[in-house]
Design a protein around this ligand. Structure first.
Ligand code: AMP
Length: 614
């Protein structure tokens, strides 16, 4: 019999377990849920704020505090207070080395191993640290609902790769949450604004997300309830913190004594930073700021001239995102504002002017992603059937083929979940093992792409080269986790692995990979064509050698000599790097051997038939 649970606070019968939505942010995190179709954000006990600073502090006794209390220890205990953990998720030390000096805590240098954080004598992983934030959010909502919560939807940036998504999922697990779905932040924001119901008209949406330290622009296509991320762009070190810094620099240029104190005294610097943030927030709704003691002032006009260049940088990212999506501003039907920094009037004005339309900012920009996550959770709970969800993979996924070539199986920007397969064969007679190396990236040679893992399909029964039929099948699930299966179809031998890649990829690196692939497209294609010609030449030479041995009795000495000479010519030109010469030599060999092959076939058929008595 099904159990009925009664909410002791409201006295209502809950037919279904509540699945919560979590925005696990770089600066702040939030938890939300939907009750009877109405989304709510869970606030702190004082009812003032829903934002939980994504900060974890370890006391000398290794007691853990999270959120606002931890934030207050940032200045006093910088080496025991961890922030920006999201930037480390699924990353190796090498990945984060360029911004390691911006962090006040210690990261262990183990090059390609996943990042570890050292606090005193203890070591923590970004997954464990994120789990602490999730535990805190879980406790907060359990206190609010007065019942246990075990299921969640968590949002991640659209550019998060599979390792980062997996790390987020693992953090949920450690926190005691069954993460039913990882969804993209811009998708969540669109859901919060009610876009993407099955019956709605097709729409193209730009989600402009300017937080404290990061900027993301995503272009989404919504059609028949399907969310398609057409492109993403942004800057992982651009946000409201830069606005604060602009104000600090402005004050410092006016007062050299203050400039010196900021440099020399950490806590003074922090106090000025807080004043700058206060000024910035005040200037979102008034024309002038003066600090309480009257010592610091700035006008809205002055402030806007300071940040103009920063906002312009975000606009140029919007241009790039549109270009990647193959669209122009007139194709965009709606613009959604996400992130606390979009409260800045100049940001709204410039984004609105760029897209030529009024931006959507009715929903609190800090809460919109968590609300969307809660709506998605409610859909998964089966309470709302008007929606379907879909994301895309940001980089192509494929395997290495002969000569080190990348053979993409799931293309960049393919819808997720997605599955695709391709058949391969062996290149050597009696080949027993086939190594499957999985790569991510857009370049033609795997050496320029990122290796996600490899495995060996072993015990292939002995067969001649080219006979085994090996199907390599990729399944990319809704969370972006990749399963790769290789199956030798004739023998049924198969191996499957889940790619939970060892280390992540930085967003910068991902952007660079895309740019590199475009810059090198022409030369890459040339190398690819050469390698393909060499591969083909190799197999033709092998086939020709085999043909000579198997059909010696029907070939004249002259034919044997000529065939050998042509094969030798091909063998030697395929050592050099002239694609055209290889192709020419292949053609000569093929032209000469085609009638011989036909003769051999007829002879063999006749021989086979004559052996049979009808
Ligand atoms: P988020 O990362 O989305 O939580 O955004 C936090 C950023 O929003 C921080 O840089 C805040 O200083 C900034 N912010 C919060 N409120 C305002 C406001 N009223 N005007 C301008 N910026 C704000």
């Amino acid at each position: 019999m099904a159990k009925i649970s009664i909410n002791m606070k409201t006295g209502e019968v809950d037919e279904k377990e509540i699945i919560v939505g979590i925005d696990l942010g770089t600066t702040n995190s939030l938890v939300a849920y939907v009750h009877k179709g109405k989304p709510s954000i869970v606030k702190d006990n004082s009812g003032k704020t829903a934002l939980v600073p994504s900060i974890i502090h370890f006391s000398e006794d290794n007691d853990i505090v999270v959120g606002e209390t931890a934030k207050q220890r940032l200045v006093s205990h910088p080496e025991r207070t961890i922030y920006s953990v999201k930037r480390l998720m699924g990353k190796s030390h090498t990945d984060v080395s360029n911004y390691e000096n911006l962090l006040s805590y210690e990261i262990i240098d183990e090059e390609d191993k996943l990042v570890k954080i050292k606090v005193g004598d203890t070591f923590h992983t970004p997954i464990n640290l994120s789990a602490e934030i999730l535990k805190y959010l879980k406790k907060r909502i359990e206190g609010h609902l007065e019942k246990k919560v075990t299921k969640a939807v968590i949002t991640v940036p659209a550019y998060f790769n599979d390792a980062q998504r997996q790390a987020t999922r693992d953090a949920g697990k450690i926190a005691g949450l069954d993460v039913l779905r990882i969804i993209n932040e811009p998708t969540a924001a669109s859901l919060a604004y009610g876009y993407g119901t099955k019956d709605s008209e097709p729409e193209t949406i730009a989600v402009y997300d300017l937080g404290g330290g990061t900027f993301d622009i995503s272009i989404l296509k919504l059609e028949h309830g399907v969310f398609d991320v057409l492109s993403t762009n942004g800057d992982t070190f651009l946000g409201g913190d830069d606005f604060d810094r602009a104000i600090i620099d402005y004050w410092a240029t006016q007062n050299s004594e203050m400039a010196q104190s900021i440099n020399e005294d950490k806590s003074y610097g922090q106090a000025i930073r807080l004043r700058a943030e206060e000024a910035k927030k005040a200037l979102s709704s008034s024309d002038q700021y003066t600090s309480e003691d009257g010592s610091l002032t700035i006008t809205k006009k002055q402030y806007e001239s300071l940040i103009l260049e920063i906002v312009e940088r975000t606009i140029s990212k919007c241009t790039e995102a549109l270009k990647d999506a193959g669209l122009t501003t007139t194709d965009i039907d709606n613009v959604i504002m996400v992130g606390g920094s979009t409260r800045t009037p100049l940001v709204k004005e410039m984004v609105g002017a760029f897209f030529g339309r009024k931006v959507h900012d009715d929903i609190n920009p800090d809460e919109v992603v968590a609300i969307g996550a809660a709506i998605q959770a409610d859909i998964l709970a089966g309470n709302s059937e008007g929606y379907l969800l879909l994301d895309v993979t940001p980089l192509s996924l494929g395997i290495e083929t002969m000569g080190g070539l990348m053979d993409p199986i799931i293309q960049r920007n393919s819808k997720v979940p997605s599955s695709a397969g391709r058949s391969y064969t062996t290149s050597v007679d009696g080949q027993k093992n086939l190594k499957v190396s999985v790569f991510q990236g857009e370049r033609e040679l795997v050496q320029h792409n990122r290796k996600l893992g490899e495995f060996i399909l072993s015990d292939i029964p002995p067969m001649a080269a080219g006979i085994p039929k090996i199907l390599v099948h990729f399944v990319l699930d809704a969370d972006g986790i990749l399963k790769v299966r290789a199956k030798e179809e004739r023998s049924g031998k198969e191996t499957e692995v889940t790619i939970t890649s060892q280390y992540g990829i930085s967003e910068e690196e991902m952007g660079r990979m895309l740019i590199d692939s475009m810059k090198n497209a022409e030369s890459d294609m040339k190398i690819k064509a050469l390698l393909e010609a060499k591969n083909e030449a190799n197999s033709i030479v092998l086939a020709s050698d085999k043909f000579l041995i198997q059909n010696a009795e029907i070939l004249s000495d002259e034919e044997k000599e000529k065939l050998t000479a042509l094969a030798n010519d091909l063998r030697s030109v395929s050592q050099a790097d002239d694609k055209d010469k290889i192709n020419l030599s292949m053609k000569n060999l093929n032209d000469y051997s085609a009638p011989l092959a036909e003769r051999a076939m007829n002879y063999n058929i006749k021989k086979a038939l004559s052996g049979k008595t009808v």
